[in-house]
Design a protein around this ligand. Structure first.
Ligand code: COA
Length: 192
């Protein structure tokens, strides 16, 4: 990966609510302490599809997806980046450069209200190391300081205890249940 270090408000050691943003390449990639965040690009399609084919990873995310579904997902999420300047980041292990998961800041319509959500998914081999927590703290910090957002939500199925724990650990507060695509979800919110 080629990196162009630029001066940025969060590149000082003291910057960042979580204090974990160590360096950045704006706007295409930056790093937290253990992961590189790469702006979603067409070349990530195979890695995203590999994640979408992982049954354990996708079990509480609607199940595995076909290639056609991944293609549509890529188109939708690349268009989101073009329109808003943020969206999904592919996450790589900072040491091995392996694609290990993804995280996001993305518009989400909740009952007619335009919200920005954060979210995450990792290959099971990487669960239980605090990586989702690190990714979420990084996304929240990005949202507050780079995007000037006032509020960020996260939703998950009520039975997704790991995901709910990540929301709690990152300071998000349970708000209410909502129904999406016929399924009850829990809605959590962080405010600036
Ligand atoms: C949800 C997910 C991202 C969590 O990633 P992770 O990197 O393991 O998360 P972290 O290690 O930061 O934190 C997980 C927390 O859940 C806890 N946990 C693990 N298994 C749990 C369980 N069965 N019940 C309750 N909590 C559990 C962990 O102990 C940890 O909390 P702690 O630090 O207080 O001990 C990961 O499991 C995943 O990718 N799942 C599939 C995709 C998905 O469901 N994404 C969420 C969509 S909203």
């Amino acid at each position: 990966m080629s990196r162009t270090e630029v001066a940025a408000p969060w590149s000082s050691p003291s910057a960042g609510a979580a204090g974990i943003l160590e360096s950045m390449t704006f706007p295409d990639a930056f790093a937290s302490s253990r992961m590189v965040f790469e702006r979603l690009r067409p070349g990530h399609a195979a890695e995203i599809h590999r994640m979408h084919r992982d049954a354990e990873q996708m079990a509480l995310l609607g199940g595995v997806r076909t290639l056609e579904q991944t293609t549509a997902y890529m188109e939708r999420n690349l268009a989101h980046w073009d329109e808003f300047g943020y969206g999904i980041w592919l996450l790589r292990d900072i040491t091995t450069n392996e694609a290990i998961g993804r995280t996001l800041l993305r518009h989400l319509d909740i009952d007619g209200v335009d919200e920005v959500e954060t979210g995450y998914g990792f290959f099971p081999a990487y669960w239980g190391r605090g990586l989702a927590t690190e990714a979420t703290l990084t996304c929240l910090d990005y949202g507050w300081r780079l995007l000037n957002l006032q509020s960020i939500v996260a939703i998950t199925l009520p039975i997704n205890a790991r995901s709910r724990r990540v929301m709690e650990k990152t300071g998000m507060t349970y708000e209410r249940e909502i129904v999406r695509e016929g399924a009850t979800h829990v809605l959590y919110r962080a405010v600036r």
